[in-house]
Unconditional design. Structure first.
Lengths: 52, 170
């Protein structure tokens, strides 16, 4: 278990910065893009997307 | 200006707080996959960059959306186990939607026929990306070095199969 968790931690160090960048991108999109335009473009209400 | 920046930070944090536990679960699962899955059969199955391997990877990717937000972690784990970069580039985009719940939402929006078309076309697009990357690596147009836990922490892996396989900076 300890070995598996050590791998998890190493993977977190590898992928964490990229995930953080993704979340930042989501925040930028949510802040700067008008939600009604996204709904009009995709045809799906913006609020139906539950996650970034 | 600063209000916008603050709002971006708050929105990002809100997104993160919604899904952090799934991401953490994904990293834990990736650690266990890395620890428990035998390396040799996986390298045999996903280690190459042939068209057959790429097709297998695109099928695997479709079934890899079992856990929300953990496709990336699964991909890191498979990559560290020895799957080729072209395979990983195929697995990641061929996950058709983020999780089973959202797949069901998509199914209800589009109907079964269109959903299957989307899945197949996603697999085709993912396989095309993987084949292009495999070609670029084969022709040495892009670098082939790969970071793994064996190269990040060589002492832990001294004498391991990963180290024997020569996964280190040339």
């Amino acid at each position: 278990v300890v070995s598996a968790l050590t791998y998890s931690y190493t993977f977190l160090k590898l992928g964490g910065p990229w995930l953080a960048l993704g979340f930042l991108g989501s925040g930028i999109a949510k802040t700067l893009l008008p939600s009604d335009a996204i709904t009009a473009y995709s045809g799906i209400p913006y609020t139906l997307f539950p996650s970034p | 200006m600063w209000e916008t920046v603050l709002q971006i930070v708050v929105e990002s944090a809100q997104f993160f707080l919604k899904v952090w536990y799934w991401i953490a679960l994904g990293f834990v699962a990736a650690g266990f996959i890395r620890e428990l899955v035998p390396q040799r059969p996986l390298v045999r199955m996903l280690g190459g960059s042939s068209s057959g391997t790429i097709v297998k990877a695109s099928v695997l990717g479709v079934f890899a959306d079992f856990l929300p937000h953990s496709s990336l972690q699964l991909a890191i784990s498979l990559f560290d186990l020895g799957a080729s970069r072209a395979t990983i580039l195929t697995v990641l985009p061929s996950t058709p939607w983020l999780c089973i719940v959202e797949s069901i939402s998509l199914l209800s929006f589009t109907g079964l026929g269109l959903f299957l078309v989307i899945v197949v076309m996603t697999m085709v697009a993912a396989a095309a990306g993987g084949l292009i990357l495999a070609y670029l690596e084969k022709e040495r147009i892009i670098e082939t070095w790969r970071p793994t836990t064996a190269t990040i922490n060589p002492q832990r892996h001294r004498g391991s199969k990963a180290a024997e396989a020569g996964w280190s900076r040339p």
